[in-house]
Each structure stands twice: as structure tokens, then as C-alpha cells.
Design a protein around this ligand. Structure first.
Ligand code: ADP
Length: 495
């Protein structure tokens, strides 16, 4: 399972990477298509605006005033056509017909431009765009000059008009989330639909001949760029996948725990069978031995005979207790165990248990310290079940007493409950085991807990019985310092 999850994780990471790359490529292609379309729109708008301007210029150069060497018509045209910031008109021989005065640098620029132009350009009313120094763009157009022969107009475009008349009109309303901008040769935004701060440039597309050295750029606002969108998606995928792996991991751990619990339970059950059989065998063997001795009339005195009868009675009582425990436990397991609670005093129940243990105590040299507070109130109880619970506690106190031979039984009232305590000075119980000892079949250490036999269901019964009384059982104990088990029994069932 672990190997399968690891392989799955590697495959998923690889395919996520591939998907991320192809998604980015796709988004990029879409952005490029959009930018190319925008470039075409700008070019069309630019040509249209220039065409409109050139109609007037053609008329102005044919004006007789201009032919006669006076520049008014061109000046008037320039004034009426703010799209062109300035104009130069040159004839084929290199003469500058407009403006009337020009600087030596202007002259040099014009000469250089003229030299670049192929001869056929003059006759075909051709046009082209060139970039002048400082990022400016100019339109060069060949015009028929009538008697002046073919003329060349060098028209510097006004950046402001270009922005207002062409870029804004062509690009308005085209963008969605992305921001369109036009950059000049030095990457300065000449036009931007929205502020570009904190936006990420996705790509740029050159305008080509229409606006040489200028480029159209597509920006994405921060966090919305295709890369971050794809990254976010990939992140989400990865998170879901990790979650999935986590769920698989938790599932594996849970099944592992379950399997471990089951096999532990199977082991405990088989121990239980062995322990119960052994527990039953000991009293049976004693009973049989004493009964056979009596039967063969081998007992010398009446006193001895009475003692033998006593042993047989006590051992059969112990046998019934053991069998009761096992039967009750199986009834609890099947949910068939019922208790009948009647309001009674606890004292007679305690005395009944103490009486049952009087002999075993005496025989094993135990000292019993019994103290029952006078005037304890009656509480709802099932006398037989409570006696069984107490007997189990007392039996354990004897079994796990070690060298010390003192058992203490106390009963008293504390608030709205009656408490019955059974304490010993025996081997004690380590703190981590304090809850586990109440689990079914559980015995501390190996099946032969500290060399004492037992079935591991005694405390499970005790817990079940007090809980049926609306109470609980608690334990105070430390290894080597003895144990104190307390039954907390409420005065009323609902309080
Ligand atoms: P068992 O038949 O083994 O006594 P119980 O359910 O009565 O089963 O007790 C569970 C375990 O709790 C015992 O195996 C023992 O290890 C521990 N235990 C119970 N009572 C005492 C006690 N008075 N002192 C020390 N250990 C105890």
C-alpha cells in the first residue's frame, strides 16, 4: 500500500508538472493571439489616420503658392492636422522645399533618409515609417508634386495625437483582466489602458513597419498572470492530492491498529481460556482430595472432619464465585445482563462479603480492617451484583498483597455518594495501567501476572456493575505501595 501510494505520488507530481507546462503554453499562445490582433488593429487605424492627413498634404503641395516658393499652404495643413507634429518636404534633387529654414543636423538627417530610399520609391507614391532619434517615429511618403516633380514628405508623428487618435481608439475595450500597453524603444509606456504598477509583463509583440522600435505589451495584474493562475491551480491540485495521501495514510494506520488490536484480543482470549481452566482446577482438586479422604474414613477426629467439611464448603464457594464471574461476563458481553436496583443499606452487603472471606483470611494470616460509617443512607442497589463486585476487589487485594497481609475495607458518605473502598499494601499498579486493568481479559504483564492466576475479567465486571448503579470505580495505586479501589455509588439514580 505504501509503495503504491509512493508510486502514485511520483506519477501525480510528474503529470502535474507536465500539465502545468502545457497549460502555461496554452495561456501564452492565447495571449499572443490577442496581442497580434491588437497590433493589426493599431496598424489599420494608423494607416487610416495617415491617409486622411495625406489627402490634405497632396492638395497643399499642388497649391500654386507652394509651387511659387511660399509655404503658407503647408503651414495651414500642418495646423489643421495635429497628427503630424512637423513636416519636411524634399525634392528629388535634394532641395528642401519646406520648412523655409532648417538646421545643419536636420539637413543631415534628411540627406541620410533620402539616401536610404530606393529610386522606385519616388514614382509609386510609396510610404514607410522610420524611427528618428529619441524614439520619435516619422512617416516618409512620396507625393506627386506637379511641376515640382516627385516630392518626399518626412512627417514626424505627434506622440500625443498618436496616443489619443490611434492607440486609445484602437485598443479601447479590448482588454479583459489583462492590461494592454504600448512601449517605445526605451521600454517607456507611451500608452497604457490602466496603471501598470505591480502588473507582470506577459509578452510583447513588435509593431513592425507601422511603428518601428515600438512594441505592444500585455500585462497581467499581480496574482492574475497566467503563470500564477496555473501555479495556483497546480497548488490546489497538489494540496488535494496530499490530502488524499493523508487520508490513505490515516486509513492505513487505522487498519494497522485494528489488526493489532484484533490479534492482541485473540491472544488475550486464548490466555483467558487457559487461565479460567486452571482457576477451576485448583478448588476442584482440593474438594476431591478432602472428599475422598472423608469417604475413606481416614480422618481421625471429629474436629479434623469438621475442618475438612469447612474446606470443601469454602472451595465450592470459590468455585461458584469463579463460575459466576465467567457467566456474568458472558452475559454482559451478549448484552443480556440485567440488574434490579432496590433502595437498601450497603452495610449488610459488605458484611456478607466479609463473612465469605473470613476463613480464607484467617487461613492465609490476613488482617482485615473494617470500618463502616454509621447511619449511611439507603441507596439504589442490586445486592447480589454489588457483593460480587466487592468480592472481586477483596479477592484481588488478597491475590496481589505480596508479603504484607492487611486488607482494609471502608464505607462512608462523601457528598451525594456512598463510597466503598478496598485497599491493600501489596504490589501496586503502575499509573499507565490504571485504565487498562478494567479492559476485558487484560492482565498486567504476562498471562501469569506476577505468578498469580486470574482470568482478567474481574475488574471488567466491577466496572460494569458500578456503572449500572450510576456510579464509577477509581483506583489509587503505585508500584510497591499498595492499591486502593473505590466504588462511587450515587445516592439516587439520577443524581
Ligand atoms: P485477574 O483475574 O487477573 O485478577 P482482574 O480484572 O481482576 O483480573 O485484574 C486485572 C489486573 O489488574 C490483574 O491481572 C492485576 O495485574 C491487576 N490488579 C488488580 N487488582 C490489583 C491489586 N489490588 N493490586 C495489584 N494489581 C492488581
Amino acid at each position: 500500500m505504501l509503495l503504491a501510494s509512493a508510486i502514485l505520488a511520483v506519477l501525480a507530481t510528474l503529470s502535474l508538472r507536465r500539465w502545468e507546462a502545457s497549460a502555461q503554453r496554452h495561456v501564452h499562445e492565447q495571449a499572443r493571439d490577442m496581442a497580434t490582433m491588437c497590433v493589426e488593429k493599431v496598424e489599420t487605424a494608423l494607416v487610416k489616420t495617415e491617409d486622411e492627413g495625406l489627402v490634405g498634404l497632396r492638395r497643399a503641395v499642388l497649391d500654386p503658392e507652394f509651387t511659387a516658393g511660399r509655404p503658407h499652404s503647408i503651414q495651414a495643413w500642418l495646423h489643421a492636422t495635429p497628427f503630424f507634429e512637423s513636416a519636411y518636404i524634399v525634392n528629388r534633387g535634394g532641395g528642401v522645399l519646406y520648412p523655409p529654414r532648417w538646421s545643419p543636423e536636420e539637413g543631415a538627417t534628411l540627406a541620410a533618409l533620402r539616401a536610404e530610399i530606393p529610386p522606385g520609391f519616388w514614382d509609386r507614391e510609396s510610404r514607410r515609417h522610420v524611427s528618428l532619434g529619441g524614439g520619435d517615429v516619422a512617416l516618409i511618403a512620396a507625393l506627386p508634386g506637379g511641376s515640382l516633380g516627385p516630392l518626399l514628405a518626412v512627417l514626424r508623428l505627434s506622440e500625443q495625437e498618436l496616443r489619443r487618435g490611434v492607440l486609445e481608439k484602437a485598443l479601447a475595450g479590448l482588454e479583459g483582466q489583462s492590461v494592454l500597453a504600448v512601449l517605445d524603444a526605451s521600454d517607456r509606456p507611451v500608452y497604457a489602458a490602466r496603471p501598470l504598477d505591480r502588473a507582470e509583463r506577459v509578452l510583447t509583440v513588435p509593431f513592425g513597419d507601422a511603428l518601428p522600435t515600438w512594441r505592444l505589451a500585455l500585462y497581467e495584474p499581480e496574482g492574475l498572470s497566467p503563470r500564477s493562475a496555473v501555479r495556483r491551480q497546480a497548488g490546489l491540485f497538489a494540496a488535494v492530492f496530499v490530502l488524499l495521501l493523508g487520508v490513505i495514510g490515516v486509513g492505513l494506520a487505522a487498519s494497522y491498529r485494528l489488526v493489532r488490536r484484533e490479534s492482541e484480543m485473540a491472544r488475550l482470549k486464548s490466555d483467558f481460556v487457559a487461565n479460567v481452566s486452571h482457576d477451576l482446577k485448583t478448588p476442584l482438586a482440593l474438594i476431591r482430595m478432602y472428599a475422598e479422604t472423608l469417604e475413606m474414613n481416614r480422618v481421625p477426629s471429629e474436629a479434623n472432619r469438621r475442618e475438612y467439611y469447612g474446606v470443601i464448603t469454602r472451595e465450592s464457594e470459590r468455585l461458584s464465585r469463579l463460575i459466576d464471574n465467567v457467566l456474568d461476563f458472558s452475559r454482559i458481553e451478549s448484552g443480556a445482563q440485567r440488574y434490579t436496583l432496590v433502595r437498601r443499606h450497603v452495610e449488610p452487603v459488605i458484611h456478607e462479603v466479609v463473612d465469605a472471606f473470613r476463613h480464607p483470611f484467617a487461613q492465609a494470616g490476613f488482617k482485615l480492617e473494617l470500618s463502616v460509617e454509621p447511619d449511611l443512607p439507603e441507596i439504589p442497589l442490586d445486592a447480589e451484583a454489588l457483593a460480587q463486585a466487592l468480592a472481586n476487589l477483596v479477592d484481588n487485594a488478597m491475590k496481589y498483597s505480596g508479603e504484607s497481609r492487611r486488607v482494609e475495607i471502608r464505607a462512608g458518605r462523601a457528598g451525594d455518594e456512598v463510597r466503598i473502598e478496598v485497599a491493600d499494601d501489596g504490589i501496586g499498579i503502575p499509573a499507565p495501567e490504571h485504565t487498562r486493568i478494567f479492559e476485558k481479559f487484560y492482565r498486567i504483564g504476562s498471562s501469569d501476572t506476577q505468578g498469580r492466576r486470574g482470568s482478567g475479567v474481574g475488574l471488567t465486571l466491577v466496572k460494569h456493575i458500578v456503572e449500572a448503579h450510576g456510579g464509577r470505580v477509581s483506583v489509587q495505586s503505585r508500584p510497591g505501595e499498595g492499591s486502593r479501589f473505590t466504588l462511587h455509588l450515587p445516592l439516587t439514580m439520577n443524581g
